[in-house]
Design a protein around this ligand. Structure first.
Ligand code: SF4
Length: 378
């Protein structure tokens, strides 16, 4: 189970909260697409003899690409890697790109899953976030997408300033209307150096209300679980058989290659990350050089990563795996660090699996960081 992620670093406009890597100019689109193919070819060795079970176009906004451009990239993967016959091929798409023509073109390619950046069904919330689409397009894109694709996911954002609990419930009710197999939902976070941060600092937009965010989070869980979704990762809900393959591989510590500027890769022992700049990325690949930096993960880094991803998912942290992969000292350390959280009913042990309780879910990142190994030997 291995995955390839391809980053398409272009967007129509900058959403106020976004700190991903993208450019709003499409001038370098063609050379960038050539560079992506070069990187795919150069890195094929890394996945020699390994079956690729998921291919994911993320961004940025991959739906800005034409159908034939996406097909060319899929061809390149197929020619250089062992792309499984039933590989899940996902495209992130924005509602404003999805008219009937575009969706039917996408449906005629090998892409079999769309992840649509709805974020909200309310006009005022979309405007506050500076999304390029309207509330009407949120609905239209889903009406069309459900006609052409069976495997669909949407993204929704909660904790938006001025988003009352009623407005959030309204968003969830609309999402449920489309009977989607998968929903991802994230709290709005204020990243440094974003327009949102500067508007909040200037008092133009109210601060995020953490208590309301927590209320939204639990309303999300209760509403979706009541409607047949499994809460399999802290921000992800799927009907049985519809967990996102690409992300699941990542959470389960499987290898993935990230292609494109700013994309990250992981091979079980180390990480690498590509340069976060379109021109430098293109120039590097023009010379046949991979524009990336690598880091080998220490045992401690791998333990910390396993604890974080394990607690964020329904699979939890296996004490047996911990003992086998990291040794008794790590196993004992985790038990000692988690004792108080177990007493406070934020974590629980079921057999040899450590998981977060419902009331621990909202705090999961903070809890995981208290279980991290900070200063033992590498
Ligand atoms: S469309 Fe996505 S990647 Fe592009 S600016 Fe908005 S949130 Fe960021």
């Amino acid at each position: 189970m291995s995955g390839i992620y391809i980053h398409i670093p272009f967007c129509k406009q900058a959403c106020h909260y976004c700190d991903f890597h993208f450019s709003t100019s499409l001038k370098k689109k063609d050379p960038l697409l050539v560079a992506l193919q070069k990187e795919l070819v150069l890195r094929a060795e890394e996945f020699k003899d390994r079956e690729v079970t998921s291919l994911y176009f993320g961004g940025g906004t991959p739906s800005l690409l034409e159908g034939f451009e996406l097909e060319r990239l899929i061809d390149c993967v197929e020619e250089n890697y062992l792309l499984a016959k039933d590989a899940e091929i996902t495209l992130e798409a924005n509602p404003d790109d999805l008219d009937r023509d575009k969706i039917s073109t996408l449906a005629s390619t090998r892409i079999d899953r769309l992840s649509i950046g709805i974020q909200s069904f309310l006009e005022e919330e979309l405007r506050l976030m500076n999304r390029a689409h309207s509330a009407e397009q949120s609905h239209l894109s889903l009406e069309l997408a459900t006609e052409f694709f069976e495997n669909l996911s949407i993204d929704l954002i909660y904790g938006i300033p001025d988003q009352t609990i009623q407005k959030w419930q309204q968003n969830l009710n609309w999402a449920l209307k489309y009977n989607l197999p998968h929903i991802s939902s994230y709290a709005l976070t204020v990243e440094p150096r974003t327009a949102l941060k500067s508007f909040i600092d200037k008092g133009l937009i109210p601060e995020i209300d953490e208590e309301l965010v927590e209320e939204h989070f639990y309303l999300l869980i209760d509403t979706l679980e009541k409607n047949g979704y499994l809460h399999y990762e802290i921000s992800n809900f799927g009907k049985p058989g519809y967990f996102a393959r690409n992300n699941t591989a990542y959470w389960q510590g499987k290898s993935y290659i990230g292609i494109g500027p700013s994309a990250h890769s992981y091979d079980g022992y180390g990480r690498s990350w590509n340069v976060r700049n379109n021109s430098k990325y293109i120039a590097g690949l023009d010379k046949g050089i991979l524009p990336l930096e690598r880091e080998k993960l220490s045992k401690r880094d791998r333990y910390n990563e396993y604890v974080m991803t394990g607690l964020r998912t329904q699979w939890g942290v296996s004490l047996e795996k911990l003992k086998n992969d990291f040794g008794t000292a790590y196993h004992d350390y985790l038990l000692q660090q988690s004792a108080q959280y177990i007493k406070d009913a934020k974590l629980f042990l079921e057999g040899d699996i450590l998981r977060v309780t419902k009331s621990g879910k909202f705090l999961v990142d903070g809890i995981a960081s208290h279980l991290f190994m900070l200063n033992l030997e590498k």
